[in-house]
Design a protein around this ligand. Structure first.
Ligand code: ATP
Length: 753
């Protein structure tokens, strides 16, 4: 038997005031926590019937991930309808203990009973608990009335109940008018609002983490009076932490905590008597000194005070001790507000979702400029693509060294010889008439060396050189056919030399020059009365089946960019929103009210859906009506794929948010995903242009199949059943579910730390 149990046994066996059966039952109760309620049904020596326990913690330890033990085999018992003050120095583990009780943390080992139940089926987290965290944990952009509305709705209150509670707590806590923004309140006022919304729904258990810090002494007095009132009349159980030791006199029991253990747990009067002092402050100091001097584990005897019934005398003594503060008033009971009891026992999921969605809409509307940016930045990005990408080249500087002309002649001067005639002079001018603005800015050079220097200096992209006897040699070549002398080939060639560092410009230039040459030969044949078909290659491209001839790259780029942007932006917005809620503590607070992680995500998703719909419609309207893009295929299917891609981004944002603790981390992670995604998903460069292994990798990226799918619909008009189309839907939907489930699982694990 452990020393712990031995001392308990000794104490119980030596308690003459109890019958043998009661002693046995108490011992069982002590060793088997499941009997905690029976424990208090036993009369003590004074004949006082014990109260059932609201919170019982046994042998609790807590070690955070960094390996530091915070709670050390802690035992705690809080009776129903009492105030329990938890006192202790900073960092001793009070908040950790409270977090584990309300369900946003978990003991590493140990047992917890709430209202006699071991699991979390007693409405905690949920409507049965009111939690005021140490930080304000309020939405700064809310007005005070919106704050009441949100937390009231989360806890299943209707509009009328919320209104009554707001009026009551505004008077009790001297709050400003309801239409004042939380962000503009002082720290003390924020704390009061936070206090009010923790208890507005009249929970059975109130957990208040330092509610009176920075609060005016008069208001502090009102708070304590009200808490005493609540425990007395509403049977509310209150656990409160405070650094103002003396205000704990009004509580029924005080737990003195040090280094993760309770040094003592007793009524204030008993503590004063046991430590032979007149102030709680002195009693706490004495206990801490003793503990420090002996540098031994906290005495186990404090456990036994669990069984020492707080007598009526103790309670009255506690309540009638003077309150801290100048007024020196007694803890008398203020009149109770006539607030009807909760209609529903537990706020159902629908009600919570309604509260969460309303909250998100309030917050979005509060920051309209940000909302407009969120909606229109992706739209602007697509429109930028439309106006800037894939257009034909223009104003490309091209050098010309035309050796058919001498210093004193120009093509314009000789136009009568080549323009519209079948003459064989100055055919180079006929060719050059197809090298025109706005595609080209022609720069004439006298020699090849000068032209080369021009390229090297970056003045021109390349140059065309035309031999001296080009016209004659070209004629020979044209009429000579296969019998032409080999030297004529070189002498009749128009030669290009280019800066090919920009592949896209070089390829476009070459293609344009080929076209120019073909048109020149066609002109020549026409002017000589020949059939222009002779200018065609024997390799011919007829009218395309999909798309238009010489379609610009936009036909390829726009659909995939659409998917890329509407996937990417929600990652950032959803991820940042989520991290922000985590950081501000509002998420944790909502979770204590019984909100589930999936409900939070679902509510975010509804708002993102609204944004996604507006965004997608705007993009399509602009692309079709303003920029005249030709979109074929089912618009509704494309719209649907747009929305699933948006959701895929939203859920990826949740997943990022689940991992991150700072907004900047979300942004950096999103960027890390963005570039591989746009580069490998075929958004800029087709998969056909990638090595085989990269193509395989690309198939597994979130946007690859969706890009192919939307392109197939918007450019080719293919239906859902086409093998290029439905995989896009399947992959976005699959990723959406995967991200969502992963985000919920990771968040749930992280919140139950
Ligand atoms: N998530 C966490 N991960 C690691 N360590 C933590 C975490 N939360 C708290 N701690 C550590 O646990 C210890 C107890 O912290 P806790 O907030 O419970 O103390 P406290 O008694 O409430 O202090 P205070 O009165 O200042 O609020 C501290 O040393 C703190 O640094």
């Amino acid at each position: 038997m452990s020393a712990h149990l031995k001392s308990a046994t000794f104490y119980l066996e030596s308690d003459e005031s109890l019958s043998l059966d009661d002693r046995k039952l108490k011992l069982r109760c002590f060793t088997e926590g499941t009997l905690v309620n029976d424990c208090y049904s036993i009369k003590d020596s004074a004949g006082v019937v014990g109260k059932p326990s609201a919170v019982v913690v046994r042998n609790a330890t807590k070690v955070y991930q960094n390996g530091v033990p915070v709670l050390d085999k802690l035992d705690m018992t809080v009776e129903q309808g009492t105030i329990y003050s938890l006192l202790g120095s900073s960092g001793c583990g009070k908040t950790t203990l409270l977090n584990c009780i309300v369900g946003v943390g978990k003991f590493t080992t140990g047992d917890l009973w709430l209202f006699g139940k071991r699991g979390r089926d007693c409405g905690i987290p949920g409507k049965s608990v009111g939690y005021m965290p140490q930080d304000y944990s309020l939405y700064k952009d809310f007005y005070i009335n919106e704050t009441f509305t949100y937390f009231g709705m989360l806890n299943g209150m209707n509009g009328w109940e919320i209104m009554k509670a707001m009026v009551f707590y505004t008077n009790l806590l001297k709050l400003p008018k309801p239409n004042v923004r939380v962000s503009t309140l002082s720290g003390g006022l924020k704390r009061r609002v936070s206090f009010a919304v923790a208890l507005m729904h009249k929970p059975e258990l109130l957990i208040l983490d330092e509610p009176t810090v920075g609060v005016d002494p008069l208001v502090r007095e009102s708070i304590w009076k009200y808490l005493v009132n609540l425990t007395k009349h509403e049977k509310t159980t209150v656990i409160i932490t405070t650094h103002y030791v003396d205000e704990a006199r009004c509580s029924d029991k005080v737990g003195i905590m040090r280094k993760g253990r309770l040094l003592a747990e007793s009524s204030p009067t008993a503590l004063l008597q046991e430590n032979n002092t007149t102030s709680l402050e002195a009693a706490v100091l004495k206990l801490c000194r003793e503990n420090e001097n002996h540098s031994k584990p906290a005495p186990k005897q404090e456990l036994l005070t669990v069984f020492k019934k707080t007598s009526v005398t103790d309670q009255v003594a506690g309540l009638t001790q003077p309150l801290p503060g100048p007024s020196n008033n007694k803890c008398t009971l203020p009149p109770m507000p006539a607030i009807k009891q909760k209609i529903s026992t537990i706020a159902d999921s629908r009600k919570r979702l309604e509260a969460l969605v309303k909250k998100n809409i309030f917050l979005m509307m509060r920051n309209l400029s940000m909302l407009l940016i969120i909606i229109f930045v992706p739209t602007a990005a697509i429109l930028t693509t439309i106006v800037s990408e894939g257009n034909e080249l223009s104003h490309v500087s091209l050098g010309v060294v035309n050796s058919e002309l001498n210093d004193s002649t120009t093509c314009e001067d000789m136009s009568s010889l080549w323009n519209g005639t079948c003459g064989m002079d100055y055919m180079s001018c006929k060719f050059m008439s197809h090298i025109t603005a706005p595609t080209f800015n022609v720069v004439n050079y006298k020699s090849l060396d000068e032209a080369k220097k021009g390229v090297r200096r970056g003045e021109i992209w390349g140059f065309v050189s035309i031999p001296q006897d080009y016209s004659w040699e070209f004629y020979q070549r044209a009429v000579g056919g296969v019998d032409v002398a080999p030297t004529s080939f070189n002498k009749s060639d128009i030669v290009f030399r280019m800066d090919e560092t920009s592949t896209i410009v070089a390829r476009e230039l070459k293609y344009t020059l080929y076209k120019a040459f073909q048109n020149y030969v066609r002109d020549l044949l026409r002017d000589c009365g020949r059939d222009t078909k002779a200018a065609e290659h024997s390799l011919r491209f007829k009218k395309p089946i999909f798309g238009v001839e010489d379609e610009s790259a936009l036909g390829y780029l726009i659909p995939s960019h659409f998917i890329g942007y509407i996937f990417f932006y929600p990652i950032i917005t959803a991820g940042i929103r989520y991290v922000n809620e985590k950081r501000e503590g509002t998420l944790e607070r909502s979770l204590v009210s019984g909100v589930k992680i999936w409900e939070i995500f679902f509510a975010f998703s509804i708002c993102e859906l609204i944004i996604g719909i507006i965004r997608t419609i705007t993009i399509y309207v602009m692309a079709v009506w303003i920029f005249g893009r030709n979109i074929v295929g089912s618009l509704s299917l494309q719209f649907l794929l747009g929305l699933t891609s948006t959701f895929m981004g939203v859920t990826a944002g949740f997943l990022f948010g689940a991992f991150c603790t700072e907004e900047i981390q979300v942004a950096l992670l999103a960027m890390a995903l963005f570039f591989p995604n746009i580069l490998l998903s075929g958004m800029w460069w087709p998969l056909e242009g990638m090595p085989q292994y990269l193509r395989t990798i690309a198939q597994f990226l979130p946007c690859t199949l969706a890009c192919e799918s939307i392109r197939s619909m918007a450019c080719r008009g293919w239906e859902f059943s086409h093998p290029n189309v439905w995989p896009g839907f399947a992959s976005t939907f699959g990723y959406m579910v995967l991200f969502f489930v992963a985000a919920v699982l990771i968040s749930s694990r992280r919140f139950i730390k």
